[in-house]
Design a protein around this ligand. Structure first.
Ligand SMILES: [Zn+2]
Length: 438
């Protein structure tokens, strides 16, 4: 009994001490970032309720309007709005995703959902770079702008979407084509980007599109000892060689430094299938009648899909060599008006110049704009003809997306808030321009 009482006393004391400690934790941009990071939104079971209630609380304290939409049950998305003085002008949208990839906790220096901050300011957490940093920075920037009495001309929307890490099919893909999205009248969007190891910010104006290609050759079967023309494997191997040559010319451009990895067409064999393998030392004396190969293709946005298909049709799988093919297009390369899906990064796009100047006004420098090698939700918005830049203000930072020990330094996080203040200020004050400039 006495032991029990002692334990109870000890327990109560620790609860009291702990609550004192958590009460004394300051409420700063960094601690708010840590609180957001501690919510486990990793797949396969992301918690979407907790981050939304956290963000709604923050948004309400800033006087932003909030709206939650569920296109698929249990997969909500949140839209925050800061009304501009001329809400008829096309709005600015700042997007981030709520979910993250899983983390192998035993491979981390600090638990991935602890948001532990080291003495030198590194904040360790899954999502620290991808992309919970920007989700909080948007709000902190708005908070600072409000406290300085700034008010936007255009509406500023901030969206938090689910399921990006598993393709965005139940998130941004549905949102982008919804009436709710249309109502926002978005003229320009900023979505996530990636960290930069150097001291120039990276910015992305397009993404590569994945395709799967299956080619198939048919021919008459024959005895293993017979020599004859137009066999299935012979015809397939001709194509395999041609494709390998094309792959080499693309890869050579990267090796020679003439193109970035994400600017070339990559085509890699993923399977080869033909014939019947030998069993127990018994050789199948038969040349097969069908031979197949499969390829993973990544097309940069400047690649013309029609030219590429013509190459497959005429060189890689021509009917003249008894070949056929099928393509699974896992994304579009042209929008409904037939335009290539990438955002202009020249004077034809006024948003680009405003964005660039706003970053430079904070003492920052932009690196040469890039195509992202992977895909993000930005593609769904670009497909609508709305210009999108991928940007996460992280310089002098190792790229740790989806890696162990993902972290962001507190100073980099704080500088990012200042950069967004400048960006939100400039973009939302923009008076001119046509409605939808791509
Ligand atoms: Zn991401």
């Amino acid at each position: 009994m006495a032991t029990f009482r002692l334990y109870t006393l000890f327990f109560l004391c620790s609860v009291f001490f702990f609550s004192l400690q958590s009460h004394s934790e300051e409420d700063t941009p960094i601690t708010r970032f840590q609180r957001y990071l501690r919510i486990n939104t990793a797949h396969p079971n992301p918690n979407y309720t907790a981050p939304i209630s956290f963000l709604v609380d923050q948004a309400r304290s800033l006087g932003l309007t909030t709206r939650t939409i569920e296109f698929v049950k249990g997969k909500p998305l949140l839209i925050l709005t800061w009304l501009g003085s001329n809400p008829k002008l096309p709005s600015i949208l700042f997007n981030s995703h709520l979910d993250s990839v899983p983390a192998e906790a035993d491979k981390w220096l600090h638990p991935p959902f602890s948001a532990h901050r080291t003495d030198d300011g590194r904040i360790y957490a899954r999502g620290a770079q991808d992309d919970k940093c920007i989700g909080v920075q948007y709000l902190e920037a708005i908070k600072n702008l409000k406290s300085r009495g700034f008010s936007p001309l255009r509406n500023v929307h901030v969206s938090y979407v689910p399921e990006e890490e598993i393709g965005g099919f139940d998130g941004m893909e549905m949102f982008a084509v919804s009436s709710e999205f249309k109502e926002l009248n978005v003229g320009f969007t900023i979505d996530e980007g990636q960290a930069s190891r150097g001291d120039e910010y990276r910015v992305f104006y397009g993404e590569r599109t994945p395709w799967s290609l299956d080619i198939r050759a048919e021919g008459i079967p024959g005895h293993g000892a017979k020599l004859y023309d137009n066999g299935a494997t012979e015809n397939l191997m001709k194509s395999v060689e041609l494709i390998a040559k094309f792959r080499e010319t693309q890869f050579d451009m990267v090796k020679a430094g003439k193109a970035a990895y994400s600017e070339i067409i990559s085509i890699n064999p993923v399977y080869l299938k033909a014939g019947t393998p030998s069993t127990n030392g018994f050789v199948m004396n038969m040349q097969p009648s069908v031979a197949e190969a499969g390829y993973d293709i990544r097309l940069p946005p400047m690649a013309d899909p029609d030219v590429f298909k013509k190459r497959i049709d005429e060189e890689w799988a021509p009917s003249i060599r008894n070949m056929s093919y099928s393509i699974l297009e896992r994304g579009k390369l042209k929008d409904h008006l037939g335009r290539l899906i990438m955002t202009s990064i020249d004077d034809s796009n006024p948003w680009w110049s405003i964005f660039k100047q706003a970053v430079e006004a904070t003492g920052g420098k932009l690196a040469k704009p890039e195509i992202l090698a992977s895909t993000t939700d930005a593609r769904y918005i670009r497909t609508l003809g709305v210009p999108v830049l991928g940007f996460s203000p992280m310089i002098n930072t190792p790229i740790l997306v989806h890696d162990h020990n993902e972290f962001l330094k507190d100073t980099v996080f704080m500088k990012g808030i200042e950069v967004y203040e400048s960006i939100i200020n400039a973009l939302s004050s923009f008076e001119g321009g046509s409605d939808q400039v791509n």
